[in-house]
Ligand binder design. Sequence first.
Ligand code: NAD
Length: 346
Amino acid sequence: MNKNRIAKDVLKKDDLIVITGAGGFIAGALTRYFHDQGFTRIRAVDKKPLPKWYQRVEGVESLCMDLSEYDNCVRAVEGATEVYNLAADMGGMGFIERFRVECLRSILINTHMIEAAYRAGVDRYFFSSSACAYNVTLQQDPNVRALKESDAYPAMAERGYGWEKLMSEMFCQEYWAERGLKTAIARFHNVYGPFGTWDGGREKAPAAICRKVIEAKDTGKHEITIWGDGHQTRSFMYIDDCVKGIDMIMHCDALIATPINLGSSELISINTLVSLAEEIGGVKLERHYDLNAPRGVAGRNSDNTFILQVLGWEPKTPFREGLAKTYAWIEQQYYNRKAGKHTVQE
Ligand code: NAD
C-alpha cells in the first residue's frame, strides 16, 4: 500500500486553506487540526457572528459571511489552494425532521461554493456529505446491514437534508467530469466529541444523552426521556477520526469525485448509549420512552470495506473512550453555564 498522502505532503505551509462552516463543530476542529500542523494561512468562514463560534483559532483569518450568497463565496475562496466546504444548515434528528426547507436551502451554499472554487482555480475541493444520503428503505431494521457506497442508488434519501446532500455530491462529480475540478466527497456518519453542539435543539444523540444524564445527576431527578424506543442503532465517529479522515480522503487521487463512507463501524443502540453515559456519570436513571419524538431511521451503520481497501485505515476510536471525553467536556460546559460563564451551544 502506498503511503497515504495528507495535506502536509502536498501543500506548502503558506498555501491558503479555506474552511467553511468553521464556526461550527467539525470545521472548527478541522481548522484547529490544520493550524496545529503548522499551516500559516487558513481562512475560516461562517455566517455566525464571531463571538458565537464554537472555536476561534489564534492566527486564523476568521470571516463572518453568508455563503448562500454567490459574491460572498467568491470572496471566501479568493487565492485559495484548497477549499473544505462544511457549511450547512443542519442538526440532529430533531432539527432535520422539522426544518426540511432550511436543510434543502444549503444547496445554495454548495452550488455557489463549488462554482466560486472552480472559477478561482483551486487545486482541490472537499464536500461534507452525509449517511442521510443513503436509501432509507435499507435502514428500516435496527439490525441493519451496514451501508456501502453503492447503496445511495436507487435513490430514496432522507427527506430534505439527505436529498440536498445527494444533489450536492452530484455537483462535485460533474465538476470533475466536465470541468476537471478535483473534488472529494465524504459521507459522514454521526460525528461527536468536544466542541460539538450540546444543547439548543440541533444537538445529536450522544451529546443530548450526556447532557440529560449530567442534568439528572445535578438536579437529583433520576429520570431520563429517550426519543423512540431506544432500540434504534447508529454508529458514531469521534471527531479526531473525522478530521484525520477528511485530510486523507481529500489528498487521495483514487478518490477524486468518488463518494466514500467516513464513519465508525461500531454499531450502538440508543439504549446502550444511555447505559454507557450512566456508567461514565456513575448514576442509574429511570427510563421513559417518547415514541412520538423524532427518531430517524431504525438502524444505520457504515460499511468500511471501501475505505479500508483504498486508505488501509478506518475511524477506530472506541465509542466508550470517545464518549467519556465528550461527557467530561459537556459536564464542564453545563457547570460553566450554571455559573454564568461563556459556553459553546446553539
Ligand atoms: P455545525 O452546525 O456545527 O456546523 C455547520 C456550520 O455551518 C454552522 O456553524 C453554521 O453557522 C454554518 N453555516 C450554515 N449556513 C451557512 C451559510 N449560509 N454561510 C456560512 N456558514 C453557514 O455542523 P457540523 O456537525 O459541524 O457539520 C459540518 C458538516 O458536516 C455539514 O455539512 C453537515 O451536514 C455534515 N455532517 C455532519 C454530521 C455530524 O454528525 N455532525 C453528519 C453528517 C454530515
